[in-house]
Design a protein around this ligand. Sequence first.
Ligand SMILES: C[S@@+](CC[C@H](N)C(=O)[O-])C[C@H]1O[C@@H](n2cnc3c(N)ncnc32)[C@H](O)[C@@H]1O
Length: 281
Amino acid sequence: MQSTDQMTRSGVAAELYLDLLKKCLSRYIFGEQYRPLTGRNRIARAAVGAVHGVLRPAGFELVRHSQFDSAMRAAGIDIPADAETMIGLSRLNHLQDCVTEVISEGVPGDLIETGVWRGGACILMRAVLKAYGETGRTVWLADSFEGLPEPNRTRYPAETDEGLVRGLFSAGLEQVQENFRRYGLLDSQVRFLPGWFRDTLPHAPFSRLALMRLDGDLYESTMDALVNLYPRLSVGGYVIIDDYFLACCRAAVDDFRARENVRETLLRTEDNMGAYWKRVR
Ligand SMILES: C[S@@+](CC[C@H](N)C(=O)[O-])C[C@H]1O[C@@H](n2cnc3c(N)ncnc32)[C@H](O)[C@@H]1O
């Protein structure tokens, strides 16, 4: 049996581990020095793509030097060159707080992220479970693993954000699994739901959720996640909406809350990018 002193020390060690992990996953402490060259407009992008086509097979890439801005990385505003998550340190801190709270309050259910990109936010969720010896919950990763779907503006007129194009934020399943492996966190408490949300979420094989983190950007992706997952969220559990700052995502959340008469107060994350609420009924 552990003494009170030993328990305090292991609690401090867990906090230190999670703190360092978040700074690694976001590359907050390494400050990326180079970014791949992409081109500012369509013509420049095509030109860069053609040059890359020649250089890559020979093991070269065009990159540009970039000034690392730690404030932007904390707020998750820039798109990282090689970090495992783009949500920034502030939203990682908030995610950790929510997971810790559902564990300490014994809220029943698994944890899911819809829209994982390179998997960093889910790696943190798995790490929190591990740090607190929580063996009865699974972290679910739902993603196409080929980027955003084609926005369907006929079916969803609120899909107005022009920059969100098919294939954006693509990271393959094997790359995400490898990222988990590198942190020593790929095990049976991590499960993958590859495919479009509209196909995978209705039959996802879990009955209760304690936390659902939505990060699929689009109106359709946000609505598909809310419709299919909210009925399975336990009272006391959290809904976290990463993209509330995007008009299309905000419209989906507001439409769903109005339609389902969700009266819990919607709160904004500290960086004012995301939003969340705790289910109380
Ligand atoms: C902004 S990225 C997610 C960022 C990630 N949560 C992080 O921690 O950095 C959006 C992700 O959502 C996925 N996605 C969006 N809509 C989807 C849909 N309808 N079905 C499956 N995947 C989707 C994309 O493939 C992409 O990986």
